[in-house]
Design a binder for this molecule. Structure first.
Ligand SMILES: [Cu+2]
Length: 132
């Protein structure tokens, strides 16, 4: 039984649908949340190691969880309109350089089906409109 759960959890992590794990937990099945980071289900383009460039404003950053909230601009390469959402931040990114309020450009890499911030830096120039 434990082995089954481990396999299920592993598979859920691989396909990036923790919602199902939450449903199992709700049904009284104890599922260890191995990875508490929320993920954003995304229909990935053909390549599985795709990267996507974006711009936006940092709304929040929880360093302990390496979780960033970004009000990002339109991302046509992802088919995503402008919105505010969370991303996990890769260990290779210098967390000390992430400051809420900052306008940034960033790179998302699809890692195990999860869009992860792998690069982030202050935007080169001032931005026009108000962020959403
Ligand atoms: Cu988004």
């Amino acid at each position: 039984m434990e082995g089954d759960l481990e396999r299920i959890t592993m598979r859920l992590k691989l396909i990036g649908i923790p919602v199902v794990a939450a449903a199992l937990a709700g049904a009284g099945v104890a599922v260890q949340a191995a990875d508490p980071l929320p993920v954003t289900p995304v229909k990935p383009p053909a390549a599985t190691t795709a990267t996507f460039k974006g711009t936006g404003q940092i709304v929040d950053f929880v360093a302990e969880e390496r979780l960033i909230t970004v009000a990002h601009d339109d991302m046509p390469s992802l088919g995503m309109p402008a919105m505010t959402m969370d991303f996990p931040v890769a260990a290779s990114v210098d967390a000390a350089a992430i400051t809420p309020g900052q306008t940034v450009s960033f790179v998302l890499t699809l890692i195990d089906g999860i869009l992860t911030v792998t690069e982030i830096r202050p935007a080169a120039g001032p931005r026009g409109g108000a962020s959403q």
